[in-house]
Design a protein around this ligand. Structure first.
Ligand code: LFR
Length: 469
């Protein structure tokens, strides 16, 4: 039996609706809608526009339903993590903030004054990122007015079905989930005015959330369509989509962020892991995503955006060959410097960094791009070595999935700098992870993550980059 299922995959810079046709030995994906996801700067800070995303998702689902001859068996939503909507009596309160908004510094100070960072890590296992939901909530003036908290995919799921749930992999990025029991830490939440009643029932990937409301069913031309939970954190779905076939493989889910790590059976909550800023996010099938966030293709896209704004726009595909030809040594800068977090003029910030650190400044666009690529590759290589030490397992092969896997200069640089072969692809790992978990829940495929990954490896061509030094 083969089924058609739809994936609504919302990334921090773009969203897409994909249809997967999945069955034994069959895994085909087609995009039916792609749309931009642009933050909106308002007087009170940087926000998302969830209504725009929802409308695009509905339009995409209409196309998906109308272009699937046997109809859709299910839909599932995944998105970037940590961001949330506060709800009251089913209404959204205010406009959700963007995690790159600077207001969270206040929340960090408040949380750490109440719970020391070491205790926090022992409880929630999360790397320090100033935008973890907990810090955002601690700086949010509307918390006291809310009766529900919904992360982005759960919000879209609520609009589709009318049901409030919290999918567990994404809930694990809030800082409010106990890293060991994977249940809400209601005591921690209450310290920051988040009442236990605001935290929806936790559900696991593969669980059926419900079906679309009758008005949604009419709008998308698919009455009664089932809505299924998957790894609704995009990175959780991406990790399902990494064709790792052995235990000595690591992954880099490379999009806006580069998420570098390994899949483990249990969290690593040591002081060393905390000091190295490694996180223990919840994965599909009860796994642990032991990884660290490295700045990703965000540095490239913001750089291209800056040049475009200045009237000197150039496409990445045109610039990459020139960047590949740069033979002079380029400066490797610290991509993790907090100055690169907020939207803005990246080329200027990179040059400032070089000046402040007495390093040669790249001149010309190809040199700047190459400097970004080498700096990312160097940070990835370092994170791989750290993952290997902390998880106490050798890493002999690196998979790069997501948009970054199309950047051949980057893939080669990671191979060279890490000294390990890099397997690039698939680019749509997140959507693949999403549709595979739905298909398994529907009984169209079966097996564990290894079986799902074998299906990906058998149906996708992957490119191997061998280290040259
Ligand atoms: C990647 C991602 C990362 C998360 C960051 C912010 O898209 O989901 O995993 O740390 O975005 O939500």
């Amino acid at each position: 039996m083969s089924v058609s299922v739809a994936a609504v995959d919302l990334g921090a810079s773009s969203g897409r609706v994909m249809v997967g046709d999945v069955g034994p030995g069959r895994l085909a994906l087609r995009a039916v809608a792609r749309f931009a996801n642009e933050p909106v700067a308002l007087a009170d800070g940087l926000h998302w526009d969830p209504l725009d995303l929802y409308r695009h998702a509905l339009d995409g689902l209409w196309t998906a339903a109308n272009s699937s001859p046997d109809g859709l068996a299910s839909v599932a939503v995944d998105s970037w993590a940590v961001d949330y909507a506060l709800m009251r009596s089913g209404h959204m309160l205010g406009v959700p903030f963007h995690y790159r908004d600077g207001r969270t510094a206040r929340g960090v100070a408040r949380v750490h004054a109440t719970v020391p960072a070491a205790e926090l890590y022992a409880r929630n296992g999360l790397q320090f990122l100033p935008f973890n939901t907990l810090y955002q909530l601690a700086a949010d003036d509307l918390v006291g007015f809310a009766d529900q908290l919904l992360l982005v995919p759960d919000l879209i799921g609520y609009w589709l079905t009318g049901r409030f749930v919290a999918e567990r992999t994404n809930a694990s990025t809030t800082g409010l989930l106990d890293a060991t029991t994977r249940q809400w830490d209601t005591r921690l939440a209450a310290s920051f005015d988040v009442q236990a009643s605001m935290l929806p029932e936790l559900i696991d990937p593969g669980v059926r959330i419900g079906k679309v409301t009758s008005s949604v069913g009419k709008r998308i031309g698919a009455p009664g369509l089932a809505v299924t939970a998957v790894g609704s954190h995009d990175t959780a779905s991406a990790v399902v989509g990494v064709p790792m076939l052995t235990d000595d493989a690591a992954y880099i889910s490379c999009g806006t962020w580069g998420l570098v790590g390994v899949e483990l059976d249990a969290p690593v909550l040591t002081d060393e892991a905390r000091a190295a800023n490694f996180t223990n996010e919840g994965g599909v099938d009860g796994t642990t995503r032991f990884l660290t966030n490295v700045m990703g293709t965000w540095l490239i896209s913001e750089t291209l955006r800056t040049w475009e704004r200045d009237g000197a726009g150039v496409e990445l595909t045109k610039l990459l060959p020139a960047a590949a030809e740069v033979t002079d040594e380029v400066t490797v800068f610290d991509v993790q410097d907090p100055r690169f977090m907020a939207p803005g003029d990246m080329p200027k910030r990179i040059l400032d960094w070089c000046r402040e650190h007495g390093k040669p400044m790249p001149v010309g666009k190809p040199e700047i791009l190459r400097s970004i690529i080498e700096s990312l590759a160097s940070a990835f290589a370092q994170a791989l070595d750290t993952a290997q030490t902390l998880a106490r397992r050798p890493i002999r092969r690196v998979h790069i999935v997501g948009g970054g896997s199309l950047n051949r200069v980057l893939c080669q640089a990671v191979a060279d700098r890490s000294g390990r072969p890099v397997v690039a692809g698939p680019v749509e790992a997140t959507a693949l992870g999403n549709v595979l978990v739905q298909a398994r829940a529907l009984g169209a495929v079966d097996g564990d993550l290894a079986d799902l990954r074998e299906l990906i490896a058998a149906t996708h061509s992957l490119e191997v980059f061998t280290p040259r030094r």
